[in-house]
Design a protein around this ligand. Sequence first.
Ligand SMILES: Nc1ncnc2c1ncn2[C@@H]1O[C@H](COP(=O)(O)OP(=O)(O)OP(=O)(O)O)[C@@H](O)[C@H]1O
Ligand SMILES: [Mg+2]
Length: 391
Amino acid sequence: MTLPAAMALRLEDHAVQPAARVGVIGAGQLARMLHEAAVPLNVEVRVLTEDLGACAVRAGAVPVLGSDQDLDDLRALAAGCDVVTFEHELADLSLVDELASEVPVRPSARATRTAQDKLHGRRALQAGGFPCPRFRPVYDLEDIHGFMLEIEGPAVLKARSGGEGGRSVWMIDDAASAKRAWDEAFARRLNVLVEERVAIRSEVSVLVARSPNGQRVAYPVLETRHVDGTCHEVHLPAQVGDDQAAQAVELGLHLAEALDVAGVLAVELFITDDGMLVNELSLRPHNSGHVTIEACATSQFQQHLRAILGWPLGSPRLVAPCAVMVNVFGNDAGGDPSHQLPSALAVPEVYPHLYGKLAQSGRKLGHVTALGERREEVLARARAATAVLRR
Ligand SMILES: Nc1ncnc2c1ncn2[C@@H]1O[C@H](COP(=O)(O)OP(=O)(O)OP(=O)(O)O)[C@@H](O)[C@H]1O
Ligand SMILES: [Mg+2]
């Protein structure tokens, strides 16, 4: 019997294999951009999600329906994959560790724990001799008072897990603000820590990648500009001295080694008059690195794929003298930035990325990147397009 031509074609399609399959725990915008970077390499990205409308799925990543708190679901994600990786740190890491005996998980659950729990991260930094703000775990209001008496200065209370763009970070100056912060954290059932509030001159982020065979690359240092604890803009290269930039890169590469990272590592750093302090670790692509999609020879997303697959790493060099990324947050009316896209595209030479998420006031819905010769001019273009998308 001869098969109809259309059916024969379909059978042949099944014989076409991707270059590799990567399972991703999570299906938000980072998984979406990882998928985008995987397409030209013919790498298949599968995402573990409980929501078939998740934005990585909308972009074409293969969904595996399930929970990151369930070993069978994690196994279903991993089946047939060459490697499993993370787009967030919220999975049950003891289960992920079990999974790692069946399929490579990169970075390891052990390394990822330093990013899952800020207290654990701070302790690991301290043990490795990396500078960070003084800190203490908090179990009741008295712990905050005791810590502030000890440091004799203002403090910051923050959730240990699930950083949400500064929404679980409270500045504390006195007993009244300490009580307000503690009450809110308690009501939200958050595990928290308190740390000294440092006088920040600027915030930078060091982005490095390390492969299982030890190859390492470092991107030029990125400067993050925050408003009320939330990152709004990223400027590349950072406006810091050459010595400071070299020191930051050195620290990032050291940390990647110390934590035995496989994949991308982003280190958020505070620059102060007394030197630099590590704020936060992300063992995955990071918001500050979105600018690398257009600004660098290899984006942080393709770099992460190469690193976890054990493939040669790509060049992180800048392809333009400077670049700026501006985050697009939902406006007060909950308007969808997609409706403004044609007008934003009228701004010359900007690269908008819309994540395909439900528009809500204050929610991160996309970003805009611009490249060029002069920082002020590049910044103006990126801001202009972002303002249109926020209308
Ligand atoms: N110890 C501190 N001293 C001064 N400012 C701080 C301190 N800790 C945090 N901040 C400010 O709050 C911001 C958010 O803090 P942090 O990165 O810990 O929270 P987050 O919710 O994980 O944020 P994100 O998800 O954006 O990384 C920092 O970028 C910084 O601007
Ligand atoms: Mg942070």
